[in-house]
Design a binder for this molecule. Structure first.
Ligand SMILES: [Zn+2]
Length: 396
């Protein structure tokens, strides 16, 4: 397997890891604002908004309680049905004849992004948190939202798509439709969209991260692997950062946290790799921890003192034996964290969302069904194989 392919596969493997922490030491807050969205579901520090089977619902992590985004008395919350319920009266049902893309909470308002039947248009609806007083607040040129998006202050940063007609040189044949992707920013206050960059190929979640009012994100195509940077004050594109090497052949997958780019790099002087980091301002590179006790691995997330790692413990160079471990950078310990202890068959790719420095949300989609299982717990509880968690099951 060539190096590019290997990196690509690895990135695909870990692209689902989402992180909240944005360079600031946040204390747990009580607000419901969304921090990150992934495939239409919106995650905040205390709860999530899920579009499930035609209705929007809010789930509180701590209680596991589900509440439909509708407070109308005696409403039975019926979803749209062209035969039996063509004009739904429930506030949790998205506007008629639209396709739901995402619903986010910003400054205690709910913003719903939906696609009307018009091509490459996206409508934005604004309402109270219980769905009341819904108005169509704006429209932007966008054909949909994919993968991960983040909310940073009043900005919604996302990967959008648009359908582009590709003219065929042979005049007799029909022109074909092609999908283009772009990094977009919607100012929630003005509901204007700025398209930062358009690309033809889409390979990964872009891992949007803001530090010092500069948006950072991964960019990859066949030959280019870098972190691109955009100033959020005037949307100017700044010089990109090239990705460091994991070893002599491979680029490292990096995690941005508190103003640094962290990555795992093998060290020819010793049998175990180092965690290194690059300062995003000065670009100075240094060893953060020397010799963590794994054979090889990829950093996939950071939450406070905890480093989430996919480690490879295979003794045969051509094979891989992945494990999910959490490195505690205070205690300097590696903790293997598979969830079999609690009867959960997660496999390797447990998706995780860092909610704050204490709590995480783990989740998995059951293959072939419209079902997702979420688990809210302390990182420490996961390390200690504790049964202190809240499980939430969602049917889409
Ligand atoms: Zn209702």
């Amino acid at each position: 397997m060539n190096t590019n392919k290997r990196i690509y596969l690895l990135i695909i493997l870990i692209a689902v890891i989402l992180t909240f922490l944005c360079g600031c030491n946040k204390k747990q807050s009580n607000n419901n604002d969304t921090a990150v969205t992934y495939e239409g579901s919106a995650y905040g520090e205390n709860g999530m908004i899920i579009y499930e089977d035609g209705l929007l619902a809010y789930y509180d992590y701590k209680t596991g309680e589900r509440s439909v985004v509708c407070s109308r008395p005696e409403c039975s919350h019926q979803k749209y049905d062209s035969q039996t319920n063509p004009n739904p009266s429930c506030a949790a049902v998205p506007p008629k004849n639209t396709t739901f893309e995402a619903g986010v909470i910003v400054n205690n308002y709910l913003y719903m992004f939906v696609l009307p039947s018009e091509i490459n248009k996206m409508d934005i609806y604004k309402s109270d948190l219980d769905g009341e007083n819904r108005i169509k607040a704006g429209q932007v040129n966008c054909g949909g939202i994919i993968d991960k998006a983040i909310v940073y202050k009043n900005l919604f940063v996302f990967t959008g798509k648009e359908l582009v007609k590709k003219d065929n040189e042979d005049e007799l044949s029909v022109s074909t439709i092609q999908i283009k992707y772009f990094t977009g920013i919607i100012d929630i206050n003005t509901l204007e969209l700025v398209q930062i960059e358009t690309y033809e190929k889409h390979q990964i979640s872009q891992s949007y991260y803001v530090y010092n009012n500069v948006l950072h994100y991964y960019y990859m195509d066949e030959n280019v692997y870098e972190i691109r940077r955009v100033s959020l004050s005037d949307f100017t594109v700044l010089e990109a950062l090239s990705l460091p090497m994991k070893n002599e052949q491979e680029k490292a997958y990096c995690v941005m946290d508190k103003g640094y780019l962290y990555y795992i790099k093998s060290n020819p002087m010793q049998s175990s790799p180092d965690i290194r980091r690059t300062d995003l301002m000065t670009l100075e590179d240094e060893i953060f921890v020397s010799g963590i006790e794994i054979q090889d691995g990829t950093l996939i997330g950071i939450s406070g003192k905890y480093f989430f790692i996919h480690s490879n413990e295979s003794k045969i160079p051509e094979e891989t034996e992945w494990k999910f471990v959490i490195y505690d950078s205070d205690e300097k310990t590696i903790n293997e964290c598979d969830m079999h202890y609690s009867g959960v068959q997660t496999g390797l790719v447990t998706h995780l969302i860092n909610l704050n420095e204490e709590f995480i949300l783990l989740y998995k989609f059951d293959e072939g069904s419209k079902h997702a299982s979420y688990r809210y717990m302390k990182i420490e509880s996961l390390i200690n194989k504790s049964y202190d968690f809240v499980d939430i099951n969602v049917i889409y």
